[in-house]
Design a protein around this ligand. Structure first.
Ligand code: RB5
Length: 150
């Protein structure tokens, strides 16, 4: 996957891991728009899934990284947006497969669940893996059918 620009967003439960991943991504040469949150005040994770999803749909970012406490709520919210395919990652194998087989344009991580090193390796595996075609295209197309896209 050739990634030009990333968007990142998190709620208060994911802010620390989000900040860590944004820093590592920028150090690695990625362009990252950080949509917040920027403080530990309690916020609602669907608002941040929506902001990041819109950024991708508007073409401002190629793909996105979301973080909440568990990664669960923010991934469920993101997957309600047509055109967003969000994989919740727990490890690098899932990161690789989210790109290769599922063509995920967004990933979610749990700031209270996954340690920063595992999270980083998982995100890197996702970013550095090419999507596979053939039967995987057919299956991803069937996901798009479920949202009425085709
Ligand atoms: C917020 O306390 C927490 O519920 C949220 O970050 C996330 O874990 C939800 O899935």
């Amino acid at each position: 996957m050739h990634i030009k620009k990333l968007v990142a967003a998190a709620d208060h439960g994911g802010i620390e891991l989000k900040d860590e991943l944004v820093e590592r991504l920028r150090d690695a040469g990625y362009e990252v728009e950080d949509l917040g949150t920027h403080s530990s005040d309690s916020v609602d994770y669907p608002d941040y899934a929506k902001l990041a999803g819109q950024s991708i749909l508007e073409g401002k970012a190629d793909c996105g990284i979301l973080v909440c406490g568990t990664g669960i709520g923010i991934s469920i919210a993101a997957n309600k947006i047509d055109g967003i395919y969000c994989a919740k990652l727990n490890n690098p194998i899932e990161g690789k497969m989210a790109a290769a087989h599922n063509h995920a344009n967004m990933v979610a991580l749990g700031g209270r669940i996954t340690d920063p090193e595992t999270a980083w390796e998982s995100v890197k595996a996702w970013l550095e893996t090419e999507p596979e075609g053939d039967r995987h295209n057919r299956r991803v197309d069937k996901i798009k059918d479920l949202e009425g896209k085709r």
